[in-house]
Design a protein around this ligand. Structure first.
Ligand SMILES: [Zn+2]
Ligand SMILES: [Zn+2]
Length: 426
C-alpha cells in the first residue's frame, strides 16, 4: 500500500473522531472552500457548504491532504468564476511563516541541494555558493527556535502594531498555528472587510517597515546637523527611538558584534568605533529629547540611513505580503490537518499564545500533535532523503538520519516523517 493511502486513512480517522472539535469559521456559508487531495497536487476550490456539518462530512468522505477556506465573503462562494461569486468583502489576513525569512537555527536544520552543480549545505543561501544558480532544492525543517521566532512576531504584531497604531481590537482577532512553520492572524471587522488590495498593501507596508521614509518622520540633515526623531511622536518614531535606546544600553562588546554582523548593521570598523565613542552622548541626547543634535562623527545621512534601516528591520514584522494583499486567497482551515506534517491547524486566543508550544504542548485541547497514542506504538521506516536533521518532538530527540537507514520510532513521529516525505514504511 502506498504510504499516502495509509496517511489518508489516519487523517480520515481523525476527522471522524474529532468532528465536534473542528470549529466553524464566522459567516461560514459565505466562505469559499478549497482542498488539495492526496492523489494529485491540485487545488480543488470554488466549494461552498451550507453548514459546518456538511464540511465535516466532506472531510470524512474525501479526506483531503490540505483544507482551506477563504478570507473573503461571497453571496455564492460555490460559483465557478470569481465575478459570479458576488464579493462582499474580505477579512484582513496576516501570515507569518518561517519559510520566508532567515533564522539562525536554519544553519543547523535547513538543507539545500543544487541540482546544477551537486553542491549541498545547510542554511538559507539566496543562491548556490558553488555555481551561483538560484534554483535550489531545499528540505526545510522545524524546531522550537524558529517556531518561537514566528510566535514572537505574531505577539509583536498584535501588541506593537495592531492595537496601538491601528486601534484594532483583540476580540476581532483570530490566530492559528498553521500546522507547520508559522502562524496566521485574521482580523474580522466590517470596516476592514471593505479595504481594497492597495489599502491592504499600505497596512502591510507599515507593519513591515518596508519603504519607510525617515524624512517624513522628521529625520533630516540641515546645515550640516542631523535632526533625529522625537520620543513624543507615536508610531514608527517611537519604535525606532526605543530600539536605539535598547541598543545603546547593551555592553560595548555586544554592540560591536551587532554593528559588524552582516545580517544586521554591516557597518565598517571606523563607523563602529565612532558609534561606540559616542554611545553615552547619544543616549543622553535621546533621553533628553534633544532631537536637533544627533551627532556621531563620520555619520552622514547615508550611514545614518544604513543604520536606521537595520533598526527598522529588527522592528518590522516578517509578513508574507501576498497573503494579505490578495483578497482571493484561501487559508488553512482551523482544526484541519496539515498534510506535510500531520499536525493540526490550531486556533489560539491571543492570551494562549505566550505559553503555546506546538512541538510539545501540555494542554491537550491545544496540542497540534494529534497522532500521539497512549500506548507507545512504534513504526518501522526507511529514510529516503540523503539527510534528515535532528527533530525534537514532545521532549524527545530523534535523528539525524541518513538515506537507507531503517528506524523504529513512535507513531506520531513516524506520521510526521511520512508526511514530510523523507521516509517510507517498510
Ligand atoms: Zn550549484
Ligand atoms: Zn529552527
Amino acid at each position: 500500500m502506498a504510504d499516502y493511502k495509509y496517511l489518508k486513512r489516519l487523517f480520515q480517522a481523525y476527522y471522524k473522531e474529532k468532528q465536534s472539535e473542528i470549529p466553524a469559521v464566522n459567516l461560514f456559508k459565505n466562505r469559499e472552500f478549497g482542498f488539495i487531495p492526496w492523489e494529485k497536487q491540485i487545488m480543488i476550490r470554488h466549494i461552498g457548504f451550507n453548514s459546518p456539518t456538511n464540511l465535516k462530512e466532506y472531510l470524512v468522505r474525501n479526506t483531503p491532504k490540505h483544507a482551506y477556506s477563504s478570507g473573503s465573503l461571497y453571496f455564492q462562494p460555490e460559483n465557478q468564476n470569481m465575478e459570479g461569486k458576488g464579493y462582499r468583502g474580505c477579512d484582513l489576513i496576516i501570515d507569518i511563516d518561517v519559510d520566508h525569512f532567515y533564522t539562525p537555527c536554519k544553519d543547523d536544520h535547513d538543507i539545500w541541494y543544487c541540482k546544477e552543480c551537486g553542491k549541498s549545505g545547510k542554511g538559507m543561501p539566496e543562491k548556490c555558493p558553488g555555481c551561483g544558480k538560484l534554483k535550489l532544492k531545499t528540505l526545510n525543517w522545524i524546531c522550537e527556535d524558529c517556531l518561537n521566532v514566528a510566535k514572537n512576531q505574531i505577539i509583536r504584531l498584535i501588541y506593537d502594531f495592531l492595537l496601538p497604531d491601528f486601534g484594532m481590537e483583540i476580540a476581532e482577532m483570530k490566530i492559528a498555528f498553521s500546522g507547520h512553520r508559522g502562524y496566521h492572524l485574521k482580523i474580522e471587522n466590517d470596516a476592514i472587510r471593505t479595504l481594497s488590495s492597495d489599502e491592504r498593501r499600505e497596512i502591510v507596508d507599515y507593519i513591515t517597515g518596508e519603504n519607510i521614509s525617515f524624512e517624513s518622520l522628521g529625520f533630516q540633515e540641515r546645515s550640516g546637523r542631523i535632526y533625529g526623531f522625537s520620543r513624543e511622536n507615536i508610531g514608527w518614531s517611537q519604535k525606532i527611538i526605543r530600539k536605539i535606546e535598547e541598543l545603546l544600553r547593551k555592553p560595548k562588546s555586544e554592540i560591536e558584534n551587532l554593528l559588524s554582523n552582516s545580517r544586521m548593521f554591516k557597518l565598517n570598523q571606523n563607523h563602529i568605533q565612532s558609534f561606540l565613542n559616542y554611545k553615552e552622548d547619544l543616549l543622553s541626547i535621546i533621553l533628553n529629547d534633544q532631537k536637533n543634535n544627533w551627532a556621531i562623527e563620520g555619520f552622514g545621512l547615508t550611514i545614518w540611513h544604513k543604520f536606521l534601516k537595520a533598526i527598522v528591520k529588527q522592528i518590522g514584522i516578517e509578513v508574507d505580503v501576498p497573503v494579505s494583499v490578495d483578497i482571493h486567497r484561501l487559508i488553512r482551515y482551523p482544526g484541519s490537518l496539515h498534510g506535510k506534517t500531520g499536525f493540526k491547524v490550531q486556533e489560539l486566543h491571543p492570551d494562549e499564545l505566550d505559553d503555546f508550544n506546538p512541538l510539545d504542548e501540555v494542554q491537550e485541547r491545544l496540542d497540534p500533535i494529534v497522532f500521539k497514542s497512549e500506548k507507545e506504538i512504534t513504526q518501522k521506516l526507511e529514510i529516503i532523503e540523503p539527510e534528515v536533521p535532528v527533530t525534537k518532538l514532545k521532549g524527545e530527540h530523534y535523528g539525524p538520519y541518513m538515506k537507507g537507514e531503517i528506524i523504529e520510532v513512535p507513531n506520531h513521529f513516524a506520521v510526521f516523517l511520512l508526511c514530510k516525505g523523507v521516509a517510507k514504511t517498510v
